[in-house]
Design a protein around this ligand. Structure first.
Ligand code: AOS
Ligand code: ZN
Ligand code: ZN
Length: 386
């Protein structure tokens, strides 16, 4: 196999998981601009996700959110996904939307609220049992707004207790993915604010507990690729939530704000042998003002482009330059790959897989956008900003 064939083979197997909530209406706390034709139920979200997969060939799984995607029969939903050529992916828990969670969920000072949150997490594992989903994603909105509001150490104890109960409930093939976030909704202290805290909890829990890196959840200037390299080295990187940020947790299209950062992250993934099904490459985005399906297609393509560039890095030349201490040459090797226009290569990869070379154009030609506007009236809120 030539080197280019190996790059193509890797690109052909790459899979990006799309989030059900990105297909629905969303907005900011100021306004939700409703769009016509958005899905009215989880099945319609899957139908839209199937279009993303049809034209990219790279989005075979969909992350669900409980309760936003509540249905009576999850096994039937999984079967429907299969009929559409999809699989149900990560189950996202929600311990942040009920009034009871004002002071937190599993870290709340009141044991009754902690129990309620834990019961929800157990219910999410029940959903996984029915759908065949492998991963439970736990992102907690827990934290405090004022110094002294609660005991920071005790909150860690409560967190550890809850995570361990959930961990014990997991089946052999299931994983707990713990996501960290610097701030928001809490502004003084967050109970899982960074990769170190998530890593410490996951390490104590065991092999089935892994860390999620959401690219929008760091302070400006954070070297995210270093975190990725470290977690991979420790065998503790479970998943990504890809999106772009300019300011905080903006949830804009992956690769839109900083394609160079996405490339640097994907280079560490490739370098660390992380381009495997053991790591879930998810999008976690909201499309407030742009059309949702093409925005998701564009995001998948942006991840593919960053990956293609990362795969094209001349690793031997890079290692030689690094070993000889040639700073400029080493940097040039990396930049050569980043500055390569990989769009023709990806078009070729798609054509070799029986797809159209340009997923955006193929989607536009398909008439799906017009069809859903005509057929769907009264779309639902995605949850965020609702
Ligand atoms: C919240 O900020 C996190 O990014 C969550 O990953 C995510 O948006 C959530 O899981 C969807 O409920
Ligand atoms: Zn996220
Ligand atoms: Zn987020």
């Amino acid at each position: 196999m030539t080197e280019l064939d190996a790059v193509k083979a890797a690109l052909k197997t790459q899979a990006v998981e799309t989030p059900s909530w990105a297909y629905g209406n969303s907005g900011t706390r100021f306004k939700v601009f409703a769009q016509q034709g958005v899905p009215r139920d989880p099945r319609e979200k899957l139908a839209d996700a199937a279009k993303v997969h049809e034209f990219t060939g790279a989005a075979p799984t969909v992350a669900l959110h409980i309760p936003w995607d509540t249905v009576d029969d999850y096994a039937a939903l999984a079967k429907y996904a299969e009929e559409l050529g999809l699989r149900l992916g990560t189950i996202n828990s929600n311990t942040f939307q009920d009034d009871a969670y004002k002071l937190g969920s599993v870290c709340h000072p009141d044991a009754a609220v902690r129990r309620k949150a834990l019961d929800h997490l157990f219910a999410c594992v029940d959903v996984m049992d029915a759908t065949g989903s492998k991963d439970l994603k736990v992102w907690l909105a827990d934290g405090t707004n004022y110094p002294g509001q609660d005991d920071i150490r005790e909150r860690q104890d409560r967190l550890a207790e809850a995570l361990s109960a959930v961990y014990d409930r997991l089946g052999d093939d299931q994983r707990l993915l713990l996501e960290y976030k610097l701030f928001e909704p809490a502004f003084y202290s967050t109970d899982v604010p960074d990769w170190g805290t998530a890593y410490a909890h996951c390490l104590k829990l065991g092999d089935k507990a892994q860390v999620v890196v959401d690219t929008g959840h760091h302070a400006p200037g954070t070297n995210i690729e270093f975190i990725v390299a470290t977690l991979l080295r420790e065998g503790k990187l479970g998943a990504f939530d890809f999106n772009s940020r300019f300011y905080a947790d903006d949830d804009l299209m992956a690769g839109a704000a900083d394609p160079f950062q996405l490339f640097r992250i994907m280079y560490e993934v490739v370098r660390g042998g992380g381009l495997t099904p053991d790591i879930a490459f998810m999008l976690d985005q909201c499309h407030n003002i742009e059309a949702k399906i093409p925005a998701i297609i564009r995001s998948v393509m942006n991840v593919q482009e960053a990956t293609a560039k990362a795969l094209l890095v001349d690793r031997d030349a890079l290692a030689a330059a690094q070993r000889s201490g040639d700073v400029l040459d080493a940097n040039a090797v990396l930049m050569d790959a980043y500055n390569t226009d990989v769009r023709p290569l990806l078009a070729e990869v798609r054509e070799e897989s029986g797809l159209g070379p340009d997923p955006m154009a193929a989607y536009r030609r398909s008439g799906w956008a017009e069809r859903i506007v005509a057929e769907r009236v009264g779309g639902e809120q995605a949850g965020w900003g609702a």
